[in-house]
Design a protein. Structure first.
Length: 364
């Protein structure tokens, strides 16, 4: 009988789902350490952030049962370190009992990805609209021309810019108590920008913000959607916490610039996702460089390799580096994303490469 090794133990742990989820405890980041002695004793350290008392006990029992059945294992010792999950403000969605809740799935929506940034001004919304268009293009190609559906939920309640960048105007229609998202460039869109006048400031406290996000997820008739991107407001406030605890996220993307100050604050956003056990697909660096069209020489206006340093610190891949291009800015102002308006540009190619990596991750 062949003895079990550490890699087989890790693969076994990947088969154990978090209670209430299809995602496994390894991808959630719960497994902190594994040790296997020469005598066949396995020691596993789990770190779980939850306020639900039954969760640690249930996971511990599942791990013990799974590992005891492996060949050559003489004993199993599973230690669990429990830390409180982030406190959910009052006004949270019904059914959230602290810790990792069991978020209600969105009917017809296959995958949901949150796009976040540690601070404003990094071009996150520009990134979202172009990534959405790139994903739609690639899905159509991979499915041999079959229709592909991509959606954007704009949760940047206080500064919704997705409608302008997508050239979407008008008010959503309502029927049978359901809001129907607008469409532009083949992308379904829901945003606070459709519901308030352009010159009107949204001045809401936390519970109102969370209620709006819940309505976007529960009262919008999204229909069939292959991939939904969530444009989060910058930082780690009420909107971010509410969303991570009410929607079944497949993962998150972090957008940054090479600038040192942006790199420093990204860690906060990443830490929030880690605490609620949402895996981070990777880091995308925006405004990476400006290329001289005549000479090809690159100028690193905001610094160099900041995104790579962030990715290394988080232990996630650097998904891509988006250059500064005037047409990218013009497309955002005119409501035509770069991927659509200038599909052969350097930035459009980079967006498609990032989209390909994301789709590959979702298919695993």
């Amino acid at each position: 009988m062949t003895a079990t090794n550490l890699e087989q133990i890790r693969e076994t742990l990947k088969s154990i789902p978090y209670p209430g989820y299809t995602r496994d405890i390894v991808s959630f980041g719960l497994v902190r350490d594994i040790h296997l002695s020469a005598e066949g004793k396995v020691e596993v350290l789990l770190e779980i952030a939850t306020r639900q008392e039954h969760i640690p006990t249930e996971i511990q029992a599942r791990v013990e049962t799974a590992l005891k059945n492996l060949p050559g294992i003489s004993a199993v010792d599973v230690k669990v370190a429990v830390t409180p999950s982030p406190q959910v403000p009052q006004g949270k969605a019904q059914g959230e009992a602290g810790g990792i809740p069991a978020p209600a799935p969105l009917a017809g929506v296959k995958h949901i990805i949150a796009v976040a940034s540690g601070k404003g001004g990094v071009g996150k919304s520009t990134f979202v609209v172009n990534l959405a268009c790139a994903i739609r293009q690639l899905l159509a190609t991979r499915s041999n021309g079959a229709s592909a559906s991509v959606a954007i939920m704009d949760c940047d309640i206080f500064g919704p810019s997705i409608p302008i960048m997508m050239g979407a105007r008008g008010r959503p229609q309502v029927s049978d108590d359901k809001i129907h998202p607008l469409q532009s460039h083949g992308i379904k869109i829901m945003s606070m920008g459709f519901l308030v006048d352009e010159d009107t400031a949204v001045i809401w406290r936390g519970p109102m913000v969370m209620k709006a996000i819940q309505q976007f997820s529960q009262q919008v008739e999204w229909g069939d959607v292959d991939v939904m991107l969530i444009d989060l407001p910058p930082g780690t406030g009420d909107a971010q916490i509410s969303l991570t605890q009410t929607l079944p996220l497949d993962g998150a993307l972090i957008v940054t610039t090479p600038q040192a100050v942006s790199v420093q604050v990204v860690r906060r956003g990443a830490d929030m996702f880690e605490k609620v056990h949402v895996p981070i697909f990777g880091v995308a660096e925006n405004m990476s460089y400006l290329e001289n069209p005549q000479t090809g020489e690159r100028q690193y206006i905001f610094g160099k390799d900041g995104g790579e340093r962030v990715a290394d610190a988080l232990g996630v891949p650097l998904l891509g580096q988006i250059p500064i291009e005037e047409t990218l800015r013009i497309g955002g102002d005119q409501g035509i994303p770069q991927v659509v308006a200038n599909p052969n540009s350097c930035s459009a190619n980079e967006f498609r490469m990032i989209a390909s990596k994301i789709l590959d991750s979702l298919e695993k």
